[in-house]
Design a protein around this ligand. Structure first.
Ligand SMILES: O=C(O)C(=O)C[C@]1(C(=O)O)C=C[C@@H](O)C=C1
Length: 173
C-alpha cells in the first residue's frame, strides 16, 4: 500500500536543514565582528572557492549531486554576505551597537562554519527524499518559519534565511 503523505514529518525533516541555515546566519555576526573596522573585506573569493570545492568533493562520497550541493552552499555564502553587509550598515549608522570584541576569524569563527558545513552535508543526505518531493517548496517555507522563530531571527537574519533557500528543493533549479 502507498503510505500516506507525512506532511508534518517532512516539514520537520526540512527543519533540520533550515535550523542549520539559521545557525550559520547567526555566525555571520561573528564573521562581521571579526572583519568590521579592519582591512579584511567581507568578500573572500579564495575562502569561498575552498568551501565550494570541498563540499563538491564530499558530496560525491555521500551519494549527493555535487552541482546541487554546490548551489546550496553558494546560497549560504550569499546569505551570509547579505547579513554581514546589513550589520556593517547598522554599525555604521549606530556606533553604539558596534561589537565590543573582535573575534579571530581563522581561530574562532571559521571552525564553527566548518562544523556547520559537515552538519549541513549530513542534513542534505537525510532530507534528500523530502527535497526531491513535489511539496518541497511549501514544506521548506514551513520549516524556515519554524527555524526563524526558534532562533529568534531579526528582520535582517530573516532576509538572510530567505536568501539561503532557493537551491534546496531539487525541483527549483
Ligand atoms: O569566512 C569568511 O571570511 C566569511 O565571510 C564567511 C563566508 C561564508 O559564508 O562562508 C562569506 C563570505 C566570504 O566571501 C567567505 C566566506
Amino acid at each position: 500500500a502507498t503510505p500516506p503523505p507525512h506532511t508534518v514529518a517532512a516539514a520537520h525533516s526540512l527543519t533540520v536543514l533550515t535550523d542549520l541555515f539559521a545557525e550559520r546566519l547567526l555566525v555571520a555576526d561573528k564573521v562581521a565582528a571579526a572583519k568590521y573596522g579592519t582591512d579584511k573585506p567581507i568578500d573572500d573569493p579564495v575562502r569561498e572557492k575552498q568551501i565550494l570545492d570541498d563540499v563538491a568533493a564530499r558530496a560525491t562520497g555521500l551519494g549527493l549531486d555535487p552541482d546541487a550541493v554546490t548551489a546550496v552552499f553558494r546560497d549560504q555564502i550569499e546569505a551570509n554576505k547579505l547579513v554581514q553587509r546589513g550589520l556593517y550598515a547598522r554599525w555604521d549608522a549606530h556606533p553604539e551597537e558596534r561589537p565590543t570584541e573582535r573575534p579571530d576569524l581563522v581561530k574562532d569563527v571559521r571552525p564553527v562554519l566548518d562544523r556547520i558545513t559537515t552538519q549541513l552535508l549530513d542534513a542534505l543526505v537525510t532530507t534528500e527524499a523530502a527535497r526531491a518531493g513535489a511539496s518541497c517548496e511549501p514544506r521548506l517555507r514551513v520549516a524556515a518559519v519554524r527555524s526563524a522563530y526558534g532562533h529568534r531571527l531579526d528582520g535582517l537574519h530573516v532576509e538572510g534565511l530567505v536568501r539561503a533557500l532557493p537551491s534546496v528543493c531539487a525541483t527549483s533549479s
